[in-house]
Write a protein that binds this ligand. Structure first.
Ligand SMILES: *Cc1c(COP(=O)(O)O)cnc(C)c1O
Length: 445
């Protein structure tokens, strides 16, 4: 899909959402949308980009953990990567077969490890202590589980543009650092002693990481797999899980970088990956969902302060925590729409786009040139299909917004599918009340 088409589809979806009351200035102030046709196109692009070796593409559930979204991805042929008991439960609820689920948390408890082994979910061990826990659970032979078991290595390739998103620095908390003193030998010994360790996993980083850096990290993980097999004189490592982390273009409509560009870097730097000697697992999250989702919110008031125009909207830190707290790292494109959902025309003027939260930094954008906004207009936060409305922040007891899947048909009609209902005040109270606690008597008077 090219850029103008994406913008056109977004406007169709917004207008239909207003007509159907999914956005309403009294009753539905804020909502998330997933362009389901866009998701299908992104998944198809991923599948087409990888060479013809046995590959399981899993979706990183943390990028958008809504069960119907996961179910849609399953129907499109994806597996699922999970990093907590909650995500594992969501993946199972979405119908993923255990052997198509990968469990990657850095803090797996003994009970979580046992549960994953019983289910036959693939596991990537994060550290040497976790490996000892697995020994205890599996017994010496390591038989009795169908799960694919691997170790997450940290290739220590360094930092990308956003420190908090670079997982393969020298001191990263993730995985076993490959180049630290003695670690490589210790890991080789660990594989030698455990014939059931048959996978190698790495995940280099995400937003801000250049493709070269990610591909270099994967190359070091593949190099380690080759070394294990060469040392042991047998093909013990049969698969490499290369993680996810393809960055997203938050600056324009184009879906760049594209999967084929990444695959080209992998072919160049890690040719053994596609030699046919290894099965491959990928774990993309944002690259599949971010640009296929947006958030829409009503403008409640407009005002001015110190000469700056301010639009107070219903979208702030509760659905855009990263952008509000780290505005330089996570700028979002915003579009202005009239009450029908049509994109507003008009000479852009700098406006602060504020959220509803009670702290002064709750801004989606500062001095952003946009057509002048009025109360009752809508603001759309683009590229927010991953890590935004799907993982809300519960500040000010603001409710989680509804999320709708949308499909634009060839006759230009739009149909919606509810992916998550809006949180009601009753839901909210239930989550913030201890049911057994005696209720204080209401104030008299
Ligand atoms: C977050 C994460 C992913 C997905 O990252 P994206 O940047 O969303 O593609 C994949 N694997 C692991 C281990 C992760 O922590």
């Amino acid at each position: 899909m090219d850029g103008s088409q994406t913008a056109w589809r977004r406007e169709r979806i917004l207008r239909a959402a207003v007509r159907e009351g999914l956005l309403d200035p009294e009753n539905a102030l804020l909502a998330g949308f997933v362009d389901l046709d866009g998701v299908a196109a992104s998944v198809a692009a991923l599948h087409a980009a990888f060479p013809d070796v046995p590959t399981l593409h899993t979706f990183a559930a943390k990028a958008n953990c809504l069960v119907p979204v996961l179910a849609e991805l399953r129907a499109l042929g994806m597996g699922c990567e999970v990093a907590s008991p909650g995500e594992l439960a969501q993946a199972l609820a979405a119908g993923f077969a255990p052997e198509r689920i990968v469990f990657d948390s850095p803090a797996k408890t003994r009970a979580e490890l046992r549960h994953a082994l019983e289910l036959g979910v693939a596991l990537n061990v994060d550290n040497f202590q976790e490996l000892e826990r697995l020994d205890a659970l599996l017994g010496a032979s390591g038989t009795g589980t169908a799960a694919r078991l691997g170790v997450r290595v940290n290739p220590q390739v360094g930092e990308g543009g956003i420190g908090a998103m670079s997982t393969a620095t020298a001191t990263s908390k993730f995985g076993i650092p490959l180049t630290d003193d003695g670690n490589r030998q210790r890991l080789l010994d660990a594989y030698a002693a455990r014939p059931w360790l048959t996978w190698v996993h790495t995940h280099v980083g995400s937003q801000g990481c250049p493709l070269e850096l990610i591909a270099d990290g994967v190359a070091r993980a593949v190099g380690f797999a080759e070394e294990v097999n060469a040392r042991l004189g047998r093909r013990q490592v049969t698969g490499v899980d290369i993680g996810g982390g393809l960055p997203v273009n938050f600056g324009g409509e184009e879906h760049t970088p594209e999967f084929p560009a990444y695959v080209a870097h992998l072919r160049e730097r890690a040719p053994a990956l596609f030699s046919g000697r290894y099965r491959v697992v990928t774990e993309f999250g944002r690259a599949l969902l971010a640009k296929n989702g947006f958030t829409a919110a009503y403008v409640e008031y407009t005002k001015s302060a110190g000469g700056r125009a301010i639009a107070v909207t219903h979208a702030g830190a509760q659905v855009a925590a990263r952008t509000v707290f780290l505005p330089e790292a996570w700028p979002l494109r915003l579009t202005a729409h009239d009450p029908t959902g049509a994109e507003k025309q008009g000479e852009p003027v700098p406006q602060d786009i504020a959220g509803p939260c009670c702290f002064v930094g709750d801004l989606l954008a500062r001095a952003r040139p946009l057509p002048p906004l009025d109360p009752g207009d809508l603001i759309a936060l683009l590229d927010t299909g991953a890590y935004y409305y799907s993982t809300p922040f519960h500040y000010n007891s603001l409710p989680e917004p509804a999320v709708h899947g949308a499909r634009v048909h060839t006759d230009n009609t739009v149909t919606f599918q509810l992916l998550r209902p809006a949180q009601t005040l009753d839901d909210l109270l239930a989550h913030t009340t201890a049911p057994q606690a005696p209720q204080p008597a209401p104030d008299q008077g």
